[in-house]
Design a binder for this molecule. Structure first.
Ligand SMILES: *[C@@H]1O[C@H](CO)[C@@H](O)[C@H](O)[C@H]1NC(C)=O
Ligand SMILES: *[C@@H]1O[C@H](CO)[C@@H](O)[C@H](O)[C@H]1NC(C)=O
Length: 143
């Protein structure tokens, strides 16, 4: 933290305190693999400061991690996803998009047509990142 940021934080310490109290509950991001045919899904998630490592999810397995949004709402995690027929990467948690969308529980489900994101507000999937179309069509021919 730079000296200016520190001074800013001290000046606004009542707000910082409030933010900390509100921030007691952590956000959990979970990724589920429900690809058909027991296909494995490889994921690699990172933030600017953390590398969560490469994980291979078998059928119906999941991977999850928890964190607190930072004071400046700049929290950002991005993930690469790959399986037999396709790969994709996107921002899986972005404070500006997600702090009200899924403050506690951000669930993502990888299926044959893409990765579905679930909001806590209505419980439904509200974001879909589709696998690249050409590969998706090739895969669909098998179904
Ligand atoms: C994964 O879950 C689905 C739906 O519940 C089930 O049909 C399938 O057999 C499961 N696959 C494995 C490998 O457990
Ligand atoms: C998180 O959200 C998903 C999708 O809406 C839901 O299925 C799951 O039960 C929730 N988990 C918790 C711990 O609330």
């Amino acid at each position: 933290m730079g000296i200016q940021a520190l001074l800013f934080a001290l000046l606004f310490s009542p707000f910082l305190l409030t933010n900390t109290v509100n921030g007691i509950s952590k956000t959990t991001v979970s990724i589920f693999n429900i690809l058909p045919d027991e296909l494995k899904l490889t994921i690699h998630c990172k933030s600017k400061n953390d590398d969560l490592g490469i994980h291979e999810l078998r059928s119906n397995e999941s991977f999850a991690w928890s964190f607190r949004d930072n004071f400046f709402d700049t929290t950002l995690f991005f993930c690469g996803f790959s399986w037999r027929d396709a790969s994709l990467s996107f921002d899986i948690y972005k404070a500006t998009r997600d702090r009200f969308r899924c403050p506690l529980n951000c669930t993502w489900v990888a299926n044959y047509d893409g990765v579905y994101g679930y909001s806590e507000n209505d419980g439904g999937d509200d974001i879909i990142f589709r696998w690249p179309k050409n590969l998706h069509q090739i895969h669909m021919l098998n179904y």
